[in-house]
Write a new protein. Structure first.
Ligand code: PEP
Ligand code: MN
Length: 358
């Protein structure tokens, strides 16, 4: 995918981040038009609205369907904004392109499915339309699958491709609705430097209060744009209400964002710091894994009435690890200090096991 063209369409400025805003779902003509009018007044030039909604469970609001395309036509005619919607099947592609939708996006559940991606790519090719397509990352943190989805479009002749980073699903409760795992879009940027990457802070955060900090973070990291869910009456939204903000709040957030000069060093510094954060998290997880094994050893020693401390093993560990670290160019003294601290904590945890406290 060497010659991917920018997503910016005619009349869109290519300077400054690309901003796409609009409701999670088109609900009624009144809601779509009210939201679109306010967004347009605030200077937004690309309007998003989901018409076909992939819902986790049946029974939820699954979108108004093709009827909503008429509302998007009206948005375009009345406000001049470009329109964008999600497509997941051949029929969606045909209907959306037929109705003059300007930008298509692929949802996270669809980009994870190569059959669906191929069907969409084929449908776009068959339509002959030169439509830009934004591809959300798959729900699972699989960079190859994400790139593969975009490759299918590229192979079908689509040249205006962009990626949307919307975070990755994780089991259990977290601060974020979808974990950002920033190292994945960073790696995507490294692999495909000319591919525009847009951040979706609404779906990453899942909460209104996280939209502003996530947007700033994305811009600091050199993302090319933002796609943000905005609704004229978020508390009454039929989907994703916790993360939608009014057009006025969006305006306030966008005005407060600090735009960095992409040639400045801040961007690379932020990316490097992200990598440090990621590595530190991995270190903590690794240490936790090590402590778990230590406790299992503690349990074994307890069952076999063995002493916790075995000095010969301890000396061997320190010596061999220090030598390995020195070989990699780190100071032996530093490695000794780190290992001794880890060892002390392991011993402490084993003693806790012996005393039945863990
Ligand atoms: C959406 O944009 O409303 C949506 C359904 O997003 P995702 O595919 O990222 O979950
Ligand atoms: Mn949504």
């Amino acid at each position: 995918m060497k010659e991917i063209l920018p997503v910016w369409t005619d009349g869109q400025s290519s300077s400054g981040p690309m901003i796409i805003a609009g409701p999670c779902s088109a609900e009624t003509e009144e809601q779509v038009m009210a939201t679109a009018r306010e967004l347009a007044t605030n200077g937004i030039r690309i309007f998003r609205a989901g018409i076909w909604k992939p819902r986790t469970k049946p029974g939820g609001f699954e979108g108004v369907g093709a009827a909503g395309l008429e509302w998007l036509k009206k948005v375009k005619a009345e406000t001049g904004m470009l329109t964008a919607t999600e497509v997941a099947t051949r029929q969606h592609v045909e209907d959306a392109i037929g109705a003059g939708v300007d930008i298509l996006w692929i949802g996270a559940r669809t980009s994870a499915n190569p059959f669906a991606m191929q069907e969409i790519a084929d449908a776009i090719q068959a339509s002959g339309a030169d439509v830009p397509v934004l591809v959300k990352n798959p729900v699972n943190p699989d960079l190859e699958l994400w790139i593969g989805a975009m490759e299918r479009l590229y192979n079908a002749g689509v040249r205006r491709i962009g990626a949307i980073h919307r975070g990755f699903s994780a089991y259990g409760k977290h601060l974020y609705r979808n974990l950002p795992q920033w190292h994945i879009p960073i790696e995507l940027r490294r692999r495909l430097p000319q591919l525009p990457i847009i951040c979706d802070p609404s779906h990453i955060g899942g909460k209104r209060e996280l939209v502003a900090p996530l947007s700033q973070q994305a811009l600091d990291m050199g993302f090319d744009g933002l796609i943000i869910e905005s609704h004229c009456d978020p508390d009454c939204a039929w989907s994703d209400k916790a993360q939608q903000i009014t057009p006025d709040v969006l305006n306030f957030i966008l005005n407060a964002l600090v735009l960095r000069d992409s040639t400045s060093t801040t961007e690379s510094l932020t990316m490097l710091r992200q990598q440090i954060d990621q590595i530190d998290n991995e270190l903590i997880e690794l240490l936790n894994k090590r402590m778990r094994v230590s406790r299992e050893i503690g349990q074994y020693k307890k069952e076999h009435r063995m002493p916790v401390l075995q000095m010969s093993r301890h000396d061997h560990i320190i010596r061999s690890r220090v030598a390995a670290a020195e070989e990699m160019g780190m100071a032996g003294e530093f490695m000794k200090t780190v290992l001794q601290a880890i060892h002390e904590e392991s011993v402490r945890q084993q003693i806790e096991v012996l005393n039945n406290r863990i």
